[in-house]
Design a binder for this molecule. Structure first.
Ligand code: NDP
Ligand code: MG
Length: 406
């Protein structure tokens, strides 16, 4: 079996390839081939190394000059007779997402960039190992519609959603067999989405207003790309995850409760109508949910996933989130209850605001302000189709760029 990885040089992409390295496979684990890799332009040396290690048939990079640089890096590889086609731009990304040999596509690019290739992979009937939550946030309605039409399976990589999926799998299968949605099947009381609370969990509002980029990039438990790390500091990440969960599990937003759990050991849980809470525990290490998604529906041994020893655990604590100190979470929860273009606008404004914060153009607390002001002037479109989503995204970016500039 083969896979494609969109965003192979990023945090999720690198960890996916780490799992696939033959010397890391546990005895008996099936070998997964790599059909295609796509990446951005910031780490072509690493992409070159990945190509040498995994010999994909197809690679995509953003531009023609990136392709030339990659060819230079790979001169020995090509001289030795290896064949890897290099495509560019959105067309290249989509070709990787729809490569005929790939059964599963790991969507590990960051942001709205993932929308079109993910939708194309779904139309091609691929299994989506979904890391790129922004696609589900901006286009969840469409993703579900197309996945049902084309029989494409979506397995979450996000650790919380993986935990919920694992806790819910029996209920999902029963609901499917009965031709019902999970909500119609009536077994689920609520989803309990856990989050560490990020680096500012105990900071005052005044201290957060003065937070620097390096303060916000210090995540207590997880090592991730810059954008999601800032999202974890504002708790927008948890908000995006509420929207992601709402679509992934077709559960109304009011049945998704965010619970702050600073140790990141219980990765999320489900409360059933009989009062039973079922959850999934593990080390805070993304290789576990990535491994689960790659091999689903099978449980396969891993030599890479770090083990958790329950008897060595100390305190596991849980608390309610503070919505007034973390307005991004409150905004996203409100948006999660709707089925319109607001989520796409929230996502786009957040991408612009986070990028502006990382570049030192706005303060940490301006992130929420920029999103709120953009949302307040948006005229939502119900059940948006692709054209509506692309237009809402374009509009929101333009609007929030103008807000950041003043
Ligand atoms: P990173 O920023 O680490 O990686 C992003 C990847 O996308 C890089 O490989 C980057 O390439 C690539 N990329 C950038 N531009 C393009 C382009 N034009 N074409 C193709 N590829 C491009 O992000 P993460 O791995 O942290 O996150 C990826 C996704 O997974 C996000 O949606 C995030 O929310 C989600 N996620 C991440 C988790 C984590 O632990 N990191 C946990 C749960 C979800 P390069 O940098 O080489 O230019
Ligand atoms: Mg997560």
């Amino acid at each position: 079996m083969a896979i494609s990885i969109l965003g192979s040089t990023g945090s999720i992409g690198r960890q996916t390839l780490d799992i696939l390295q033959s010397e890391h496979l546990a005895p008996g684990a099936p070998v997964l081939e790599v059909a295609a890799l796509a990446a951005g332009a910031s780490n072509l040396e690493l992409l070159g190394k990945q190509i040498v290690d995994f010999e994909p048939e197809l690679v995509a990079v953003p531009s023609d000059s990136d392709r030339e640089s990659l060819r230079d890096i790979l001169s020995d590889y090509f001289r030795s007779g290896k064949k890897t086609e290099i495509l560019i731009g959105e067309e290249g990304l989509i070709a990787c997402a729809t490569h005929p040999a790939a059964k599963t596509v790991v969507t590990a690019v960051v942001g709205f960039l993932g929308v079109k290739p993910t939708l194309e992979a779904i139309k091609a009937g691929k299994t989506i190992a979904l890391a790129n939550k922004e696609t589900m946030v901006a286009a969840g309605h469409l993703v579900n519609e197309l996945a049902a039409k084309h029989g494409s399976k979506i397995v979450p990589v996000d650790s919380e959603h993986s935990a919920i999926y694992q806790s819910l799998e029996a209920s999902i299968l029963k609901a499917q067999a009965a031709g019902k949605s999970l909500e119609q099947a009536g077994e689920v009381e609520k989803l309990l989405l856990t989050g560490s609370g990020g680096p500012f969990r105990t900071w005052s509002e005044e201290a957060m207003a003065r937070a620097t980029v390096s303060d916000a990039l210090k995540h207590p438990n997880w090592s991730m790309g810059a954008k999601i790390t800032i999202d974890s500091a504002t708790l927008m990440n948890k908000g995006l995850e509420v929207i992601e969960a709402r679509w992934l599990f077709s559960i109304p937003a009011h049945k998704i409760e965010v619970v702050i759990h600073p140790q990141s050991i219980l990765h999320s849980a489900v409360e059933f109508v009989d009062g039973s809470i079922v959850g999934q525990l593990g080390q805070p290490d993304m290789r576990l949910p990535i491994h689960f998604a790659l091999y689903h529906p099978h449980r396969v041994p891993s030599a890479r996933v770090p083990r958790l020893s329950l008897s060595e655990l100390k305190d596991l604590t849980f608390e309610k989130p503070n919505f007034s100190r973390f307005p991004c979470l409150a905004m996203a929860q409100e948006v999660a209850a709707k089925d319109d273009s607001s989520a796409c606008v929230l996502n786009a404004a957040n991408e612009i605001a986070v990028d502006s914060f990382l570049k030192g153009k706005i303060t940490f607390t301006d992130i929420a302000r920029t999103i709120e002001r953009t949302l307040s002037v948006h005229k939502p479109i119900k059940a948006p189709q692709l054209g509506d989503i692309l237009e809402a995204d374009r509009w929101a970016r333009e609007k929030s760029v103008s807000l950041v500039a003043v």
